[in-house]
Design a protein around this ligand. Sequence first.
Ligand SMILES: Nc1ncnc2c1ncn2[C@@H]1O[C@H](COP(=O)(O)OP(=O)(O)OP(=O)(O)O)[C@@H](O)[C@H]1O
Ligand SMILES: [Mg+2]
Length: 347
Amino acid sequence: MSEAGSDIHEAAHTAAPVAIAVEGIVKRYGDFEAVKGVNFSVTEGEIFGLLGPNGAGKSTLIRMMTTLIPVTAGRAIVAGHDVAKEPDAVRRLIGVIPQALTSDQDLTVEENLSIYAKLYNVPRVQREKNIAEVLEAVDLTKWRRAQTKTLSGGMRRRLEIARGLVHDPRIFFLDEPTTGLDPVSRIAVWEMLNNLKSTRNLTMLLTTHYMEEADRLCDRIAIVDHGTLVALGTPAELKQGVPGANVVEVQFDREDSEWLARLEGLTGVTSVQSLSGGGYRVLTANGSKTTMQLVEMVAERGETLTSLSVQNTTLDDVFVHYTGRQLRDEQIKPVNFVMPPRPGAQP
Ligand SMILES: Nc1ncnc2c1ncn2[C@@H]1O[C@H](COP(=O)(O)OP(=O)(O)OP(=O)(O)O)[C@@H](O)[C@H]1O
Ligand SMILES: [Mg+2]
């Protein structure tokens, strides 16, 4: 082996083991490029999130990594195997939860799990042990004999998670694990996934369009938009990457084309964006100073603020920073500050 070769060998020993490596991966449907040359790698034991709006290419990426659709160009190495060259080896080592619920409604919880374990050729004794363990992990032990159609949406999601784990995979792919769930069930699924991470030596890759989900659950996040990866990092790194530490959202009683320029001129302001529902979103390095100046400016001009809020940078701002759009076009936050007009001010 050449010296350079042994150096590479050394480096591989010291670096954290890679569970998934995606290199220049492309998916084309006819003329349409759904995934446009994406690169990232996931370290063993990590929870990695693909965050993006509808149609960003999240499911397409997952389908390629899990051998469900062919890769147009580039490659994906999953658990040490190239998905295009050794799909069977990849399939044995991964668990997949697709975006739609797919467990059989007419079977019991246990039967759904058993069928999957058999599909994966898990031997009988091991099968019983695995089923008991995954039922416990998703808190469905006492429902094992219940018909799947009698379960709530949250319980069905948990059954799908159990089913994806019944053959003891090393890498777990989850496509939108909490979409359609109520907030309580969503938090229960997050806790479950966090427990799975700490109790099993499992790497997880999930997709989501919920900022909070990505923020709370993922060690690292890749933001995907229009088939490209626009940012990648830990939630904290992504937030730090946005110029400005605070976000001031403000709405004025009277619209005026000059507000944008006036806001941009305040101390600490790094950028100002007009919101679709009226008002402005101001990124600033110094939330309190900017706010004080803003209030003074408004008072001096005899104008009125209808709402004002100051927050820390969130993943929403990260998304706006990299894509120029909001992931959810939500309205300005509820009014939490109202300034009366100055006595004698001109209307
Ligand atoms: N079989 C297909 N043929 C043609 N176009 C497709 C096909 N599957 C997906 N697409 C297109 O590829 C793009 C990416 O779709 P994909 O399902 O990966 O998005 P997504 O990020 O998972 O979105 P969602 O949040 O809605 O699940 C979309 O524009 C979609 O219409
Ligand atoms: Mg999808």
